[in-house]
Design a protein around this ligand. Structure first.
Ligand code: SF4
Length: 111
């Protein structure tokens, strides 16, 4: 399938998966454990989505949809408690993501 062979189209595909996931999740809560290992930015899917542990280091040349102030902690998919430094993300099951992290599937958390 040529859609996912091209790097840019692959990112778009993964981004759409994330957005679809948000719609499917609604306001559901998904359990996670802060004891899980941290997601590595080198994980293949993390790298495809431009995941970084510090949102301010996002490669804006590759991921132009990043805007200052976006971070995992204010993403609809983030499953962190209060001011914890890490939380879960359904896109990366079995791992934690940094509260100050970011990836291309970021969607503003509903207030
Ligand atoms: S921005 Fe963070 S919480 Fe949101 S989808 Fe990406 S990794 Fe998950």
């Amino acid at each position: 399938m040529s859609v996912i062979k091209n790097g840019s189209n692959r990112r778009q595909f993964l981004f759409k998966c994330g957005v679809t996931g948000v719609a499917a999740m609604g306001a559901q809560s998904v359990a996670f454990s802060a004891d899980l290992p941290p997601l590595s930015p080198n994980d293949p899917m993390a790298a495809a989505l431009g995941y970084v542990e510090d949102a301010t280091t996002t490669d804006v040349a590759k991921f132009s949809r990043y805007k200052t102030g976006q971070e995992c902690a204010n993403c609809q998919l983030y499953l962190g408690e209060g001011d914890s430094e890490v939380g879960g993300c359904p896109l990366f099951a079995g791992k934690t993501v940094a509260a100050k992290g970011w990836c291309a599937s970021w969607v503003l958390k509903a207030s």
